[in-house]
Design a binder for this molecule. Structure first.
Ligand code: DSN
Length: 436
């Protein structure tokens, strides 16, 4: 906490009136400072972005869009929202941006409301193969009110594309079911997405093409992963993962009609007042992402993921699809120890100060609450300034945790080494160039 004087003074302010709440802020600050964050969807936003959310922009209702609000007093909110829109458009090279979605899932829900009627068919990758719950999981609105069909991964172990998207099968599924929309973009997929191939499939079967780039947005914004434009009709993303902004969602398109439909679907269709304090922080985060050092950061994220995957392979773990092209990987724990579950691994790692999430792997024999895999991502460690050398160190720490098999003393020893590593790479401080 001492690393960030503004958080420290915010803490003092809260402590003066609500010590109970202030204590929680201290604990969470310390947890983040002293643990290794390897959850692929998390990051450490800069102090500027974090503190932008604690400003007077939170006090305002600004229902509507810039220049067409339902409340008075929105002049500066119009400017803030336009600034965020303009920076988002510049960042992703497109004509329209809606910066109001509260999250990626909200953006996807609004997309369904905008483009599909209840019961209509769309194609996506299943959650268990690396997709997302808002891409047609039965318990999600997308799966309850609409009709998902799923395209698969390549299941043939002998194929060089084992566990990557089976584009031929995707074409067959789409030609058979003629979905109105094809979704691509995933939550646990370590390889480059061939947007041009999906465009060809969409054209052949007469579907709209949507990319959910929530995970890879930072890579896309800097050219480290190919862009969904000009191939995709519509794009949704979150703003807080590799993009390293505030927690939120974003919609992008080049198509005037799609933009109009989405804007109406989001407000008044789904959401009420926009979170203007978050939109203020989005504008600032997009400004950070437009700086040259953000590209070096994203390149290092990918280099670190490759180094971590190689080091994990060196310790005897199989990485699904054989490696990674982006910021994340799926570790198949069964290859290290047939009895090891993702649930146990996640729990033991957390005890040692290494924060991960259990994750199903393709064809996982275990249920989602157990799993046989771990998802590891490098965005947050890279933000702390770690490089390939530290990735080898992190793999060694993970392996020691697996060896310890829940032994408290051994886990406590790893915890101390994790603390020492974190101390060498403090969280971004005010004014620092984070992770460049
Ligand atoms: N829950 C996010 C993830 O961890 O990938 C996706 O929304």
């Amino acid at each position: 906490m001492a690393n960030d004087p503004i958080t420290a003074s915010v803490h003092d302010l809260i402590n003066s009136t609500d010590p109970e709440a202030a204590k929680l802020l201290t604990l969470e600050g310390d947890r983040q400072e002293t643990t290794l964050e390897l959850i692929a969807s998390e990051n450490h936003a800069s102090p500027t972005v974090m503190h932008a959310m604690g400003t007077c922009f939170t006090n305002k209702y600004a229902e509507g869009y810039p220049g067409a609000r339902y409340y008075g007093g929105c002049e500066h909110h119009d400017e803030v929202e336009r600034l965020a829109q303009d920076r988002a458009k510049e960042l992703f090279g497109c004509a329209h941006a809606n910066v109001q979605p509260h999250s990626g899932a909200q953006a996807n829900a609004a997309l369904f409301l905008a483009l599909l009627k209840p019961g209509e068919t769309f194609a996506s990758l299943e959650l268990s193969d690396g997709g997302h719950l808002s891409h047609g999981l039965k318990v999600n609105m997308s799966g309850k009110w609409f009709s998902p069909v799923h395209y698969p991964l390549i299941r043939d172990e002998a194929s060089s594309g084992f566990e990557t998207i089976d584009y031929d099968e995707a074409e067959r599924v789409c030609m058979e079911h003629k979905p109105k929309l094809i979704m691509c973009g995933y939550s646990a997929y370590p390889r480059v997405i061939d947007f041009a191939r999906f465009r060809a499939i969409a054209d052949k079967c007469g579907a709209l093409l949507h990319a959910d780039i929530a995970h890879i947005a930072g890579l896309v914004a800097t050219g480290v992963h190919p862009s969904p434009f000009p191939h995709c009709d519509v794009v949704t993303t979150t703003t807080h993962k590799t993009l390293r902004g505030p927690r939120g969602g974003l919609f992008l398109t080049n198509d005037d009609e799609m933009a109009k439909k989405f804007n109406r679907a989001l407000f008044p269709g789904m959401q009420g007042g926009p979170l203007m304090h978050v939109i203020f922080a989005k504008a600032i985060a997009f400004g950070e992402a437009l700086k040259p050092e953000f590209k070096s950061y994203q390149q290092q994220v990918v280099a670190n993921a490759r180094a971590l995957a190689e080091a994990m392979i060196g310790c005897g773990y199989r990485i699904t699809s054989g490696g990674t092209d982006n910021h994340l990987m799926l570790v198949d724990l069964q290859t290290r120890d047939a009895d090891l579950t993702g649930a146990d691994a996640e729990k033991w790692l957390e005890q040692a100060g290494i924060i991960t999430n259990k994750n199903g792997i393709p064809n996982d024999p275990r249920p989602p609450k157990l799993t046989s895999g771990l998802r590891l991502g490098t965005p947050a460690l890279t933000t702390r300034g770690m490089g390939e050398t530290e990735m080898a160190e992190v793999a060694g720490l993970i392996d020691r945790v697996m060896d310890a098999r829940g032994d408290d003393a051994k886990l406590a020893a790893v915890r101390e080494d994790v603390r020492a590593l974190c101390a060498r790479f403090p969280l971004p401080s005010v004014g620092s160039t984070v992770g460049a």
